[in-house]
Design a protein around this ligand. Sequence first.
Ligand code: FES
Length: 616
Amino acid sequence: MSREVKVTFEPSGRGVFVLPGTILLEAAARVGFIIETPCGGAGQCGKCVVRVTSGACLPCEACYHTLSDDDVARGYRLACQCRVDGALVVEIPETSLFQTAQKILSRDSGEPTTVEPTIVKRFLELSPPDRDDGRSDVSRVRDALGNVEIDPAAMPAMPDALRAGGFRVTATLSGNRLIRLDPGDTRAVCFGVAFDIGTTTLVGTLVDLNTGADRAVSSRVNPQTSFGDDVISRIKRCRDDAHGLAALHDAVLKATNAIVDDLAKQASIAPDAIVEAVISGNTTMQQIFCRISPVALGEIPFVPAFEDALTVRAADVGLKIYPYADVQVFPQIGGFVGGDTVAGILATRLQQSEAPALLVDVGTNGEIVLANRGALTATSVAAGPAFEGARIVNGMRAARGAIEKVVFNDDVEINVIGNAKPTGLCGTGLIDAAAGLLDAGILDITGRILGPDEMPATVSRALRRRAIEENGQCRFVLVDATESGTSEALCLYQRDIRELQLATGAIRAGIAVLLKEAGLRPEDLGAVLLAGAFGNFIRRNHARRIGMLPPIPTERIRFVGNTASSGAKRMLLSRTERAEAERLCRATRHVDLSLNPDFQMEFSQAMLFPEADAHA
Ligand code: FES
């Protein structure tokens, strides 16, 4: 039998005993370090790099492909590939750690909803049994409540609750079903929680079901990111590993329960006082949350496990609120268009738009919904992880040290998240930089960074000096090595521009297909609503300049906040909204772009940047 060996992680000094053969990434996760894995642990991106400072850990083949020989000799290893051979001391560079201080959008669209929740509490003053009244406890309660169904789960606690309260009790009803009986009058304490289960972030909102008011908000990074940044990596994990689904489910549950604890603490209540939950997420996230395999979503024709809203019991999925509370899961439209999109339509009232309107949620998976005269069509595109900073040479998430804004004047100015030295470029910075380079004439519409000699005469000397030519390709220096937090220059490379073209091209082509099918031109759009974390931080004019958004005036492009959260709250607070979510889901036509002949053509056209921004 192999003996476990100790792996110590620096600089914290936290250690863990693991069996030889354990992948470094897993050893790190066991002591709570989540390492970036943008390529899903495929050994391709090099972002999971760690340094072994003591002990034996052989470099894998992928180390030699992604790291320099010098780095390998200095002990740098890919954490996703290399295995523990013996006792080790491993240093995790800050740039490899998944940043928990990310910009997480918890703000929702903020519109009020009528408060008519499924959960209702009723106070009962019952007469105790005596010689003349020998009805059972259940009959006594049922006679007082009328024709209700008694959930078997509410039965065991019923005799004690009745007697502890002197037969003065509060009944909690979910619709027509008694789910709980508490001694005394607890009507004032009635809470629900709305969850946005995102691929990258989790947001929970505690809502007072009596008043509809938000009582607390809490968010976390989705720890499933240690299994890969996008849904495809996680689907693959479920497909290839018999324990993959359980591991992913446990990871998200752990974080969701930490959010529940935090919410309860903020509102000074017990987690048990939360008697209903609503979940909104993409199809993969919703299914994993419910412990339903997402594997079919990774194979043509990309079929979700369910369409109609699903109700599961909190205890059955491991959510630590009142164990017999219902957890309502949003209905799903089809393919990768899931509950968060339905929540977005619900929250924005998209279908009521007078003029044609688009709802766009930009992420690794971009979801697009078109409303045209009350008809809804929806699609999703694989935009890839460029907006999350992955596959970008100096890319990183929107966390401390990320360049989130780039301004072009005579020279370049940048804004960095968290008052720190810059260590990389996040999605918004990437879009700003590309838009600025296009406007300056340093980037042509094919996406080629021009050399100093090819640039128009109008380009300043300071900007011209930033273009460095090497092996027939140019890179553009955004930050000199002396100013950088990594001691190396931070640049925009030619291949970064190609990644950006792929990401924006997919979104633009998806929009073009929906518009074409509806017989509309971009200028017919009365509104483009940007949802989701990334969409709410981008500069609209720059997104339009690079062709990601249609050429319409800036004032028609609006940010609508975290609609996955606001839609979930609507469903939590109102039976009517719940029925509306079901109706909207059924009324939305899903367009599968993998089968659409126009998409490839639109996509290749969308790889060219627009000549100019007509609305600049
Ligand atoms: S190389 Fe390890 S996660 Fe990409």
